[in-house]
Design a binder for this molecule. Structure first.
Ligand code: F6P
Length: 373
């Protein structure tokens, strides 16, 4: 192995550039390899290829920089969505990309991304090309790793938003809803809700009843708190309801979630007569500089991915396991999303400190009498 390629895919996340920097420094400095950056995700391997050599001088100053210097795109060519909801991975597209990899002299790939990107990376592996994956997503919903980089930064931003909403909510006696990302998993909402002291946390894994949320608002009022803070995952849904979408997507893009916060806002103001405001945090959670933890994790992942390739590992993903970076089969990482177990310890803790998840049977989890919580 003389030359490795590095590719970043899917939505960006703080720490992508830190991975690139660590991978380049390790590959060149420790193993004497060449590194080629592939631009615009796997798309850069099709048609007129878009690649550039990355030397240590090219990655100087990248550690704190948000986004990805390689760009990230998804034109849906590597995984084609069919009308009936199924998907296919066209031979001619992979054939063209593999041909270009060989023409460019790239012997192996470090693929940095979430579930979608790693599923494409796995397909390259299945077709005989050496690949090691690096788990990225602010949603933290990838299996085979305890954490993905980007998540801790998103958590800081969501927590700060909750802190700021607290003071204005209290001053105006309002209900404030913060809608956060997390397509099918409530990790950002759960963790920021606990660290930002939300009164209600709504996540996809625990369908909620708006009536229960209204009840919590009234209970708080009866106990002297005229304001309520709610954090809701974009993918949360009401019992017997469905997720709220901004648009349904098309052949190239997945449906886009968003709008549950505003929807709930209407319901709650009608039910409680209170002023309810909704803030959608959106891409502020993804842009900008990674925090200290994500810089460290991304660096650790980037180096470990190159070490794994150099040691002959193939078709694996680096991941965090009990504070150490180890590899696991890519297949395991993409098999299922890692969602919040509804009976997990942090959910229990949140309920113990008085948080409502708006579940229809929420009362069975709260034993305090009167205003004790
Ligand atoms: O997967 C990360 C994520 O941030 C999701 O939480 C969110 O639904 C999605 O990306 C938004 O993606 P886009 O920027 O393509 O709209």
């Amino acid at each position: 192995m003389k030359t490795i390629g590095i590719v970043t895919g899917g939505g960006d996340a703080p720490g992508l550039n830190a991975v690139i920097r660590a991978a380049v420094k390790t590959a060149v400095g420790e193993y004497g390899l060449h590194v080629v950056g592939i631009e615009d995700s796997f798309e850069g391997l099709l048609g007129e290829t878009r690649v550039r050599e990355l030397k240590p001088a090219d990655v100087r100053g990248l550690l704190p920089r948000g986004g990805t210097i390689l760009g990230t795109r998804n034109r849906g060519r590597f995984v084609v969505r069919e009308e009936d909801g199924s998907s296919s991975k066209p031979d001619e597209v992979y054939g063209e990309a593999l041909g270009n990899l060989s023409r460019l002299g790239i012997d192996a790939l470090v693929a940095v991304g979430g579930e979608g990107t790693l599923a494409i990376a796995y397909e390259f592996h299945r077709r005989g090309f050496p690949v090691v994956g690096v788990p990225k997503t602010i949603d933290n919903d990838l299996a085979a790793t305890e954490l993905t980089f980007g998540f801790m930064t998103a958590l800081d931003i969501a927590t700060e938003a909750l802190d700021r909403l607290h003071t204005t909510a209290e001053s105006h006696d309002r209900v404030m809803i913060l809608e956060v990302m997390g397509r099918h998993a409530g990790w950002i909402a759960l963790h920021s809700g606990v660290s930002g002291g939300a009164d209600v946390i709504l996540i996809p894994e625990i369908p909620f009843s708006a009536g229960q949320v209204a009840r919590k608002i009234r209970q708080r009022e009866a106990c002297g708190s005229q304001f309520t803070i709610i954090v809701v995952s974009e993918g949360a849904k009401e019992v017997e309801g469905h997720e709220v979408y901004q648009d349904q997507g098309d052949k190239q893009s997945a449906p886009r979630l968003g709008g549950i916060g505003h929807h709930l806002s209407g319901e709650l103001s009608e039910m409680t007569g209170k002023e309810v405001r909704c803030v959608v945090l959106g891409h502020l959670q993804r842009g900008g500089s990674p925090n200290a933890f994500d810089r460290m994790l991304a660096t650790n992942f980037g180096s470990a991915a190159v070490r794994a390739l150099a040691r002959g590992k193939r078709g694996v993903m680096v991941g965090l396991h009990a504070a150490n970076v180890r590899t696991a089969p890519l297949e395991e990482a993409i098999a299922n999303l890692k969602t919040v177990p509804p009976e997990s310890q942090l959910v229990r803790t949140a309920r113990d400190v008085g948080v409502s998840f708006g579940a229809p049977d929420e009362d069975k989890y709260h034993h305090a009498e009167g205003c004790d919580q």
